[in-house]
Design a protein around this ligand. Structure first.
Ligand code: RTP
Ligand code: MG
Length: 140
């Protein structure tokens, strides 16, 4: 079993897609073991995406991620990191495989509906960024 961190981004929350996106995780064998809705501060968004600081898309990304509420979740399942990224599709929705969340719902490269951790190290960092260990509710 592996854990990964997921964000349902502002464009998706604003269009009432929380249920449909979460359903795709659940029907593909990923269980939600923690979930909360938050509105990111600019400081939080800058820190979360610090690896992209200096890139041309960094400031608009921070502006977008703070523009409306998001849902942060911890997903658990076999091969959860790779499975989640497969369910999401690639960053650019125009290039995402048919049937993926980004192909079906994303509006643009920036407003691409979901985030998912890209490695075990990122997953650990990102889960700890938003959740205390006692907020996680693993299945028995
Ligand atoms: P994520 O981290 O959100 O799961 O997405 P990712 O790995 O597919 O994409 P990444 O390269 O880590 O970029 C993080 C987020 O920044 C926005 N972005 N905008 N050219 C652009 O305008 C551009 N490139 C990336 C997207 O919201 C992307 O998910
Ligand atoms: Mg990334």
């Amino acid at each position: 079993m592996q854990r990964t961190f997921s964000i349902i981004k502002p464009d998706a929350v604003s269009r009432n897609l929380i249920g449909q996106i979460t359903q795709r995780f659940e029907e593909n064998g990923l269980s939600v073991i923690a979930s909360k809705m938050i509105r990111l501060s600019t400081e939080q968004a800058e820190k979360f995406y610090a690896e992209h600081k200096g890139r041309d898309f960094y400031e608009p990304l921070v502006g977008y991620m703070t523009s409306a509420p998001i849902v942060v979740q911890v997903l658990e399942g076999e091969d959860a990191i790779a499975k989640n990224r497969q369910i999401m599709g690639v960053t650019d929705p125009a290039k995402a495989e048919a049937g993926t969340i980004r192909a079906d719902f994303a509006l643009s490269v920036r407003e691409n509906s979901v985030h998912g951790s890209d490695s075990p190290e990122s997953a650990a960092r990102e889960i700890a960024f938003f959740f205390d260990e006692k907020e996680l509710c693993p299945r028995n």
